[in-house]
Design a protein around this ligand. Structure first.
Ligand code: CUA
Length: 162
């Protein structure tokens, strides 16, 4: 092989991956956004963090039926617990989590469900998912929030339909 051809192939070996990798990332982005439903949670409004407990809908945290098979779970995160820390819904329910933090940055990640949001003080997070299979879906705070971060957890209990 001539000297010139070797350099050309060597350059090509770098150029092709540098084109292929961004294209691959773009494809992954499109697939996860539209195929798997991974998306940024909506910024569903603002709330004064020091007045969360007095501000609707967080003045009444809990699970509320908002339609046939539809529920809204209003949650407050604070060091180091969720209010409420247990959410009960029947199987086949679509649940919208409306959550915020009353102090510092927390997170809400529900195992085996498409819920993974940051809970920022002052910002309301809103995310909707469906629970078809009965069982327990533990949730955790996934943003390090201090000494007892690891104790900040709860569960969604999906009850079988009668
Ligand atoms: Cu709250 Cu970690």
């Amino acid at each position: 092989m001539k000297q010139g051809t070797t350099i050309y192939l060597y350059e090509l070996a770098w150029i092709l991956p540098s084109i292929a990798i961004p294209i691959g990332m773009l494809v992954a982005l499109v697939v996860t956004a539209f195929g798997v439903g991974v998306h940024l949670p909506s910024d569903a409004g603002r709330v004064e963090p020091t007045k969360v407990a007095e501000t609707p809908p967080f003045d009444k945290p809990g699970v509320f039926m908002v339609g046939p098979n539809r529920y809204e779970a209003r949650m407050i995160a604070g060091i180091w617990s969720f209010t409420p820390n247990e959410i009960r819904v029947p199987a086949g329910s679509t649940v919208t989590f409306v959550a915020t933090s009353r102090d510092i940055v927390h997170g809400l990640h529900i195992h085996r469900a498409n819920v993974n949001v940051m809970l920022l003080p002052g910002q309301i997070a809103r995310v909707t998912t469906r629970f078809d299979r009965p069982g327990e879906y533990p949730f955790v705070c996934h943003e390090y929030c201090g000494i007892a971060h690891h104790t900040m957890w709860g569960k969604v209990v999906v009850e079988p339909r009668q």
